[in-house]
Structure formats: C-alpha cells, structure tokens
Design a protein around this ligand. Structure first.
Ligand code: TLP
Length: 338
C-alpha cells in the first residue's frame, strides 16, 4: 500500500531506531534526561525563543499552551476550520474552560478587520480575549501557507490590544520551506508555537512548544496535569532531534511530489483539485464524478493507494518522507488508468 492518508503515518528509519537505542536517558520530570534537554535547547535556539518543552503530541502541545495562556471563562479567537476547533475533541473547553470564538477564513487567514472587531472591549457582560490562534500551514485549506506579512499584521494588532498570539505550527517547517522564510522569522510574530516532530520530519512521536521562559515553565506544569510528564523520554526525544537536524530541507521534495500528483489527479480523473498546492496536501472534490469521497477511497484502496475523507465529497492526499519518487510515479501511473 502507498499510504497518502497523512504525514503522521511515517515510520522511524533504521538510523532513527539506532539513535533511539543508544539515547542517553534520565528522569525528565526531574529535568534529568540529557536527550530531552538537548532537544529542548536546540528547538528554542532554532526558533529564537527563550525556552522549549517536549510534549507527546501536537494536541498536548496546543492544549498545554491554552492552559498556560488563559483562565476559565476567557475566550480564544481562531478560524472556523482550525484543527484545535475541529479535531481536538473539545479539549479547549473541557480542560481550560475557555470558549472558542471562530471567524471565517480564507486559506487560513482571518480578516484583519474581523479580528479587530472580535477582540473584546471592557464590558461587564463580555469574556476577556485571552489569545489569538493561527494555524500555519493550514490543514483544512490543504496545507496553505500564511504569508509572513500577514502574521506580522496579526501580531501587531494583537500587541495593540495586549493579546498573545499562538501558532499551531504542526506543519510549520512545510510553511517555512514553501515561503522561503526561517522559522525564527515566523516565530518573531508569535508568543508561542507548537510544532510536530512526528509529521513531515518523520519522527515517531512528539511535538515541541516554544516561547518565553516564564510561559514554558507554566506550560511544563500544565503538561504534567495533562499526563505528559514522561520519565526516560530521551528515547523519544533523540529521534526527534535527529529529525529536526536532518528533515527540514527534504520537505521541498514532498511539496514537489504533491504538485505533480495534483496535476495528474486534476487532468486524468473526474476529481477536481480544490486547493492551490503550496505544501504537501492535496484536496480533491468528488462531486462532479457523482461518487462520494468514500467511494473514491475504496477505488484507490483497491489499487493499493490510501487517502482520507475530509468531507462527504472531499478527499485528502498527503505526501511525506515514506512516499518515494517511485511510489509517486506508481500513484500517477495508476491514476492515469482510472
Ligand atoms: N492532524 C492530523 C489529524 O488530526 C487531522 C492529520 O492527519 O492531519 N494541529 C494540526 C494543524 C494538525 O494537523 C494536527 C494533526 C494536530 C495539530 C495534532 O497533532 P497530533 O496528532 O500529534 O496530536
């Protein structure tokens, strides 16, 4: 099977497994795991932030960030297709007790006027706006990239109202590579960023949260509350560090392959590619074919290709480190025969 369901499906390479085997470890809750400490220091430097925290998943990183930025009864402004709104099981309201104020988006961008209007003024009736949330790249829009200029505008607006900005950067390196920006530059326009090691970079487990030291200290406590205080976590951090050091530039290949695949899907099938492919995600609409997303998934599965449904009439293909050039050529040739 050629698995294009997600970039989360990647398996650790032989080299990574060796690194895991040899990783120096200690009890991370005591701050004594050398591999975790090295990874956190490396990540903080890479993003130009004071500190970093290794967490088990993107969801845990996002939720620890929310717990550290907010108090119950407050509000977060986010776009209406944000992963944190759609796919984190309602954790934001369940754990932090904050409400989500959602705004419409255009390829992940909320309108600046809408954003300014949504920031709450002082009123006895209102919740306080505790956080502005961005997602880069934007999953539901097909991995679209937020321009650095947009992030700067949002950050300046947020600063005017003294509201912090968090970036769900599960795929921040895809965004950085596609926009020729460094993550350090992107990070300038945020108070905190969560990014995943276990997606395009190919590590088996883990995400990182970066921000100011006082914020990360608090997030560390919140991570403990969420059950994320791991012990000999170096066994997971060491492959994460390797992925971070070696995996970023390779992402350009995933983007090239996604673009090639999108062209063929559009030309040779009744599917319509509905996103401008900027990174590693392709969204295809099935409506014109008279078939549902699930019908198409079955057709592809029968030919040895896996994708996922994003709506009853949308399917998502995602390229990643475990999809080789040969695999993509096989997918392309298969699609041409459909
Ligand atoms: N996304 C997964 C699914 O949950 C949809 C995927 O296959 O794309 N933020 C963003 C933008 C994400 O896309 C994801 C995972 C997360 C956060 C959560 O990361 P994990 O799965 O590590 O909790």
């Amino acid at each position: 099977m050629i698995d294009l369901r997600s970039d989360t499906v990647t398996k650790p390479s032989e080299e990574m497994r060796k690194i895991m085997f040899k990783a120096p470890v200690g009890d991370d809750v005591y701050g004594e795991d050398p591999s975790v400490n090295e990874l956190e220091e490396y990540a903080a430097n890479l993003f130009g932030k004071e500190a970093a925290l290794f967490v088990t998943s993107g969801t845990q990183g996002n939720q620890a960030a929310i717990l550290a930025h907010t108090k119950p009864g407050q509000e977060i402004i986010m776009d209406n297709e944000a992963h944190v709104f759609l796919y984190e099981g309602g954790a934001t309201s369940a754990f932090a007790g904050v409400q989500s104020r959602t705004l419409t988006n255009d390829r992940g961008k909320m309108g600046l006027d809408d954003l300014e209007e949504a920031i709450r003024g002082e009123d006895i009736h209102f919740p306080e706006t505790a956080l502005i949330w961005l997602e880069n790249s934007h999953n539901r829009s097909g991995g679209s990239v937020l321009p650095v200029s947009y992030m700067r505008e949002v950050y300046e607006l947020a600063q005017k109202y003294k509201v912090p900005v968090h970036i769900d950067g599960a795929r921040i390196f895809n965004a950085a590579v596609a926009s020729n920006a460094s993550v350090k530059e992107i990070a300038t326009y945020s108070n905190s960023i969560q990014f995943c090691l276990s997606k395009g970079l190919g590590a088996p487990v883990g995400s990182i949260l970066v921000g100011e030291k006082s914020f990360i200290d608090l997030a560390r406590k919140k991570r403990k509350m969420l059950g994320g205080g791991l012990r000999q976590a170096g066994i997971l951090a060491a492959p994460g560090l390797h992925a971070l050091k070696t995996g970023i530039h390779r992402l350009a290949e995933d983007h090239e392959q996604a673009k090639m695949l999108a062209k063929v899907v559009d030309e040779y099938t009744d599917l319509n590619v509905i996103n401008e492919v900027e990174t590693n995600i392709i969204l295809a609409d099935t409506s014109k074919s008279g078939r549902s997303a699930n019908d198409w998934l079955a057709i592809f599965k029968d030919k040895g290709i896996l994708a996922v449904a994003f709506s009853p009439t949308t399917i998502r293909f995602t390229t990643h480190i475990d999809v080789s050039k040969e695999d993509i050529n096989t997918v392309i040739e298969t699609i041409k025969t459909l």
